[in-house]
Design a protein. Structure first.
Length: 257
């Protein structure tokens, strides 16, 4: 049973599975030296044989306390010479998620070509009777921006105006649904009946990507320039990835790619 996290009205994200880990990323990076994962934290290893590693302390004469592998991870992501990040080890981990969202969010999402997708087909199955209806709060920041042609900004609608906008949206979507069901009832093929549905229609998909490509997706879609709705999904996804790849994602959260 997937654990669904609500995102926007009628939308959710659920983690299906992850693969790899922060440790596997280190192992992959160490293929160059064939040393594998050595451990996190300071003093995980000591090169001096005369006493045990837990007795080692930085600055004690004769002791060589080895850096933890977080240093290597950090250097992969943020090379000390300001060079480009060493990205391929971050492709050794990844996640599959299930997403329920309006079609207009998927239109934006599917531009990301480095993910793999499977979406429910409205040719095979009747679309779920679910629409995205923006909340009052969303509509109150939903006025067409004057400075950015593809953005919205704070509005000064009255409560009555907001209620009317919501009603108009609902009526239009409901009208589409009614025609859709009428056409299905007349045995029109689902692939034709679906053409009346608006982009507020809810759909569902699974998406898979490696961690590097999820990071690239988050960089673009957590940014304030991205539409508010897809940003909500990106933010929840960012939390899921941070729980599963805490060390790599801490580096990303501090300094997006
Ligand atoms: C705020 C915002 C506004 C946008 N507005 C518009 C818009 O008005 N109209 C519109 O059409 N799109 C728009 N987009 C979509 C945008 O142009 C990209 O298609 C989308 O963000 C995916 O980015 P990407 O190509 O980097 O991602 P991915 O497809 O995931 O690719 C990741 C990286 O892989 C490399 N790559 C992948 N495939 C190729 C390839 N075939 N050739 C070369 N390199 C490749 C590139 O380095 C790329 O950056 C917008 C996106 C954002 C975030």
């Amino acid at each position: 049973m997937l654990q669904k996290i609500d995102v926007i009205n009628n939308g959710y994200i659920a983690l299906v599975e992850t693969w790899g880990s922060d440790e596997r990323i280190i192992e992959a990076a160490r293929m160059s030296t064939d040393k594998g994962f050595l451990g996190w934290g300071e003093g995980t290893d000591c090169f001096r044989n005369s006493h045990s590693p837990d007795k080692c302390k930085r600055g004690t004469p004769g002791c060589r306390v080895k850096h933890g592998d977080e240093v290597l991870l950090s250097r992969l992501y943020n090379p000390p010479d300001d060079g480009p990040p060493h990205t391929s080890p971050f492709e050794m981990a990844g996640a599959v998620i299930e997403v329920q969202a309006p079609i207009f969010v998927f239109r934006e999402w599917h531009r990301h070509r480095t993910q793999s997708y499977n979406e429910l087909s409205a040719r095979y199955t009747v679309l779920p009777d679910l629409f995205y209806l923006p909340s009052v709060e969303r509509l109150m920041m939903g006025k067409q921006s004057k400075t950015n042609k593809q953005s919205s900004e704070a509005a000064t609608y009255t409560q009555a105006e907001i209620a009317d906008i919501q009603q108009q949206l609902w009526d239009a979507m409901q009208k589409s649904r009614d025609v859709y069901e009428l056409l299905i009832g007349k045995d029109l093929a689902r692939e034709l009946a679906r053409i009346v549905m608006p982009v507020g229609q809810i759909s569902r998909m699974r998406a898979s990507a490696n961690l590097l490509n999820w990071m690239r997706f988050l960089t673009l879609r957590q940014n304030v320039g991205a539409q508010w709705e897809i940003r909500q999904y990106a933010n929840v996804l960012g939390q899921i990835l941070t729980e599963n790849f805490p060390r790599s994602m801490a580096l990303f959260n501090e300094n997006p790619l």
